[in-house]
Write a protein that binds this ligand. Structure first.
Ligand code: ATP
Ligand code: MG
Length: 454
């Protein structure tokens, strides 16, 4: 419902107008003076104001000026003039009023002006959202970091962005592989065409093939109409295949053929189709190992990694941590102005971040939520307590005993702890651990972990 504020010192007229607007479905309120209106405007937002020009105390023109100077400038204003000359009305328009009506005005005339003013406001809002959206879109692949490690990855990315060869992006979970994939797209001449991302590991084989290459009606149960594949949707643009190491073997064959010829067939169709798509793939694990184990085709692997971009783990470029923290706090409107104590920054610099940038961002988000007075203290970070010298001294664990624990045991214990701390929210736990959701299910199974509460 649209909110309208009616400001008029003549009670009868004001009430008549407010009642009429309420009956017409507006959420209308009246004020008997400009001063009262300003007070209300401090706490409430309105879509539209209807101000009488001549009032005792502050007049309507000054009220208009104040509104337009304030952060309420999105509000559209219609002026009412009784005794005024056309000059006052023109002055009001110059000061930013949407329109004016001369008293006695006709109520249906008012309604038309009102509807138009609201329409204009909507347009302005849409435009603003659009601008904001474009802004975030442009910045969503801003890659922060001045370290030698990240800078050389950035340089390589910029250099090969325009090439046609497929690119493999390698890096641990949360290092920013998807960010680099976007950069490859937006820093190239393909940037006006689509950037399409798909997780090759999360989708069953048959579905993945039809997602990538499309299908025709009746190709399989559930294929009720023809469907374009993502390679067609991404034509002239970039198709980003995430977690390529998990791609089923059957789809690997089709992908290889597509890479070699640019041709493909929709599932259930004989016709060959041709598109031009830049293929970017990413993996957070050793695909060579998968190749050795026979889970990944060697020929495809060589084809995909003609050019390889390696995104370094955060622990190898700790100098980037402060800038990343600042970037995160600045992009999150609600956390702007939050700061960290020196000790907190030192703790971050000392931590290894197995979940890389994603883990850092989560930690800062948590810190913002937990901290008081907008200053994040070390405790607010909830650093995993396996780290930090005090804690390990505090536990007084026998060193020999620690050494005897296998990596398996440590992983199991840590997973159990994280799962408990997230109330068995698996995607949250996967985020903290820096692994995929698919992986966390696998590991829960592997370690025989169970949710006692289930
Ligand atoms: N250098 C960076 N500058 C700014 N933001 C970054 C940077 N690196 C990573 N991020 C942010 O960290 C988060 C994780 O990055 P991204 O999703 O690209 O990681 P990933 O390597 O694809 O992880 P995964 O292997 O789990 O899919 C995102 O929010 C991303 O925007
Ligand atoms: Mg990713």
């Amino acid at each position: 419902m649209k909110n309208v504020l009616v400001v008029d010192d003549e009670q009868d007229l004001r009430e008549l107008l407010v009642n009429r607007l309420v009956r017409k479905g507006y959420d209308a309120e009246g004020c008997s003076s400009a001063e009262e209106a300003l007070n209300k405007l401090n706490t409430e937002t309105y879509d539209l104001g209807i101000f009488d020009i001549r009032m005792d105390g502050m007049d309507g023109l000054s009220l208009l000026e104040k509104v337009k100077e304030s952060d309420r400038k999105m509000m559209e204003i219609i002026m009412l003039t009784g005794h005024g000359t056309i000059e006052t009305a023109i002055e009001a328009m110059k000061k930013g009023a949407y329109d004016y009506l001369t008293k006695p005005y006709n109520l249906s005339e008012l309604e038309v002006v009102l509807a138009k003013a609201l329409e204009k406001k909507q347009l302005k809002e849409d435009h603003d959202t659009m601008k904001e959206w474009m802004h975030t879109k442009e910045n969503s692949f801003e890659i922060i970091g001045t370290s030698q490690e990240i800078q050389s990855a950035i340089h390589l990315t910029a250099k090969v962005a325009n090439a046609d060869a497929s690119i493999l992006i390698e890096g641990e979970s949360g290092t920013g592989k998807e960010l680099f994939a976007k950069a490859l797209h937006y820093w190239s001449e393909r940037k006006e065409a689509p950037f399409i991302a798909i997780n090759s590991g999360a989708i069953p084989e048959q579905l993945l093939e039809s997602e990538l290459f499309g299908h025709v009606k009746g190709a399989f149960t559930g294929a009720q109409k023809d469907k374009k594949g993502l390679v067609e949707v991404a034509d002239k643009g970039t198709l980003f295949l995430d977690e390529i190491g998990e791609m089923p073997l059957g789809v690997q064959v089709k992908l290889l053929r597509f890479l070699e010829t640019g041709q493909f067939r929709r599932v259930g169709e004989v016709k060959e189709r041709q598109v031009k798509v830049r293929i970017v793939t990413a993996t957070n694990r050793n695909v060579e190992e998968e190749v050795a184990n026979g889970n990944f085709r060697e020929d495809l692997y060589y084809r995909l990694q003609v050019l390889k971009i390696i995104v370094p783990p955060l622990r190898d470029r700790k100098e980037d941590i402060p800038a990343l923290v600042r970037f995160y706090l600045n992009t999150k409107k609600k956390w702007q102005g939050t700061s960290l104590t020196e000790e907190t920054m030192e703790a971050l610099m000392a931590y290894d971040f197995p979940g890389n940038v994603r883990e850092l961002f989560h930690m800062i988000e948590r810190g913002c939520l937990l901290c008081s007075d907008g200053v994040i203290c070390v405790e607010d970070l909830l650093l995993p307590n396996t780290k930090g010298p005090e804690q390990s001294f505090g536990k007084k664990t026998d060193k020999a005993e620690v050494v005897k624990r296998s990596l398996e045991e440590i992983e199991r214990d840590h997973m159990a702890q994280v799962l408990d701390s997230t109330n068995w929210n698996k995607s949250e736990a996967a985020d903290i651990l820096g692994i995929s959701v698919r992986n966390i299910y696998r590991k829960i199974d592997h370690h025989g972990l169970e949710n006692d509460r289930d």
